[in-house]
Design a protein around this ligand. Structure first.
Ligand SMILES: [Zn+2]
Length: 101
């Protein structure tokens, strides 16, 4: 499935509710899902529940798609253009290692 197909699927499933909720409240849901993902990742690597992490990642993608639909942003176009190469060093692969925090 292409990114654009996923975004269309989310539009078909949820645009009626996304429009009622609006951009601000939809962004709060995305933030909540980010918190849930971070909560799942607070454990050591051997105790992380990968299925739970994967489910939170799916939720995050869905909420990003909802926001993109509300804002009429073409996710596939922007993602593929921005990340064709590293947007910081403009290299593929990235050579930013010395800037890691
Ligand atoms: Zn880089």
């Amino acid at each position: 499935m292409e990114i654009s197909e996923f975004q269309q699927k989310m539009r078909d499933l949820y645009i009626h509710n996304d429009k009622k909720r609006g951009i601000h409240r939809t962004s709060l849901w995305l933030g909540e899902e980010m918190g849930e993902l971070m909560s799942e990742l607070k454990y050591s690597i051997d105790k992380i529940d990968k299925q739970a992490v994967a489910a939170e990642m799916a939720d995050i993608y869905a909420w990003v798609a909802s926001l993109a639909n509300l804002l009429e942003i073409d996710l596939q176009s922007i993602i593929l253009n921005k990340y064709d190469k590293c947007p910081k060093c403009n290299s593929d692969p990235c050579i930013c290692e010395k800037n890691l925090p």
